[in-house]
Design a binder for this molecule. Structure first.
Ligand code: GUN
Length: 292
């Protein structure tokens, strides 16, 4: 059993990007610039956006954080998105989700210029991804594939079970893993809240991607010996052992499941850091105008 060190791989990717930034600047190019819009004060979103800004600083990107209060109107937010679309200094930007209920996330996503959509959420990017064209691939699925690649985990012909069907993780990771490529060429089953007998599918899986947001969902009885388990869950649960008063819990019962696995990602330190690294990679590509 090997624990996949997402934190170390993410650090490696960030240092590769930092070197590239130095090369770009040395040859007179422009420093890549990522902007992030954060609405309200959700604890998780605050943490993620702070981590994204910090990563930009580490690798030499310019970053701009734009904050709105929870009460901001949809029109005001859309106007800001439109302004970023036409700001020549901003290479890419993200709007941190979730948004307050009175704002349509889909409308916001579709207002973002797909050429600056480094989250890869715009229908042009999701559509292009689905048919294997160059595009911004959303950060969590891209990070998962990068882990499989850097650990040289075999995927061709493997049965991959994806738990969860979100637009951000489940759907895109299932799409990518079925593509004629490496990592890919999997036989993919997507399970969700309405799936009957999820356990049966999990027990047959060579690779399980757990992205349900149900802490500790995947138990040892559900995992075949030698399986690869990727845990995307990051639920905040109360803890008296940390300064913040909470800790992150994945969708996998790690202590019980790990001994059965060939590879497994921990929470924290698995997929999470890779999501940030992949966003940085997309921003670099946006800065270099390499995709559009
Ligand atoms: N909320 C949860 N994950 C993400 C992400 O990757 N990007 C954005 N913008 N919001 C999120």
């Amino acid at each position: 059993m090997e624990i996949i060190d997402g934190k170390a791989i993410a650090a490696q990717i960030k240092s590769e990007i930092a070197e590239e930034v130095n090369r770009i600047l040395a040859s007179g190019g422009k420093r890549p610039h990522l902007a992030a819009i954060l609405v309200g004060h959700d604890g998780g979103s605050e943490t993620y956006v702070a981590a994204k800004v910090k990563a930009c600083e580490e690798i030499g990107f310019q970053s701009t954080l734009i904050r709105f209060e929870e009460e901001v109107s949809e029109t005001e937010l859309l106007n800001k998105v439109a302004a970023l679309n036409t700001d020549p200094d901003v290479d890419g930007f993200i709007v941190q989700l979730p948004l307050p209920k009175h704002i349509s996330e889909q409308k916001v996503i579709e207002t973002i210029d797909y050429r600056k959509d480094v989250d890869g959420f715009h229908p042009v990017n999701t559509g292009r991804m689905a048919i294997g064209l160059p595009c911004f691939v959303s950060a969590t699925p891209a990070g998962i594939l990068e882990l499989l690649k850097r650990y040289q985990i075999a995927t061709a012909g493997k049965h991959c079970v994806v738990l969860g069907r979100s637009n951000i993780v489940g759907k895109p990771v299932a799409t990518l893993l079925m593509q004629k490529a490496y990592p890919g060429d999997c036989t993919v089953t997507v399970c969700h809240s309405r799936t009957r007998d999820i356990e049966k599918y999990c027990r047959e899986a060579d690779i399980i991607i757990a992205a349900l947001g149900v802490p500790g969902f995947l138990k040892k009885e559900m995992v075949k010996k030698g399986a690869v388990v990727i845990d995307v869950g990051t639920t905040r649960v109360a803890s008296d052992k940390t300064k913040s008063g909470f800790k992150l819990k994945g969708d996998v019962e790690f202590e019980d499941v790990a001994p059965l696995c060939s590879y497994i990602t921990p929470v924290p330190g698995g997929v999470g850091p890779m999501t940030i690294a992949s966003l940085m990679k997309n921003t670099l590509l946006a800065g270099k105008k390499e995709i559009y």
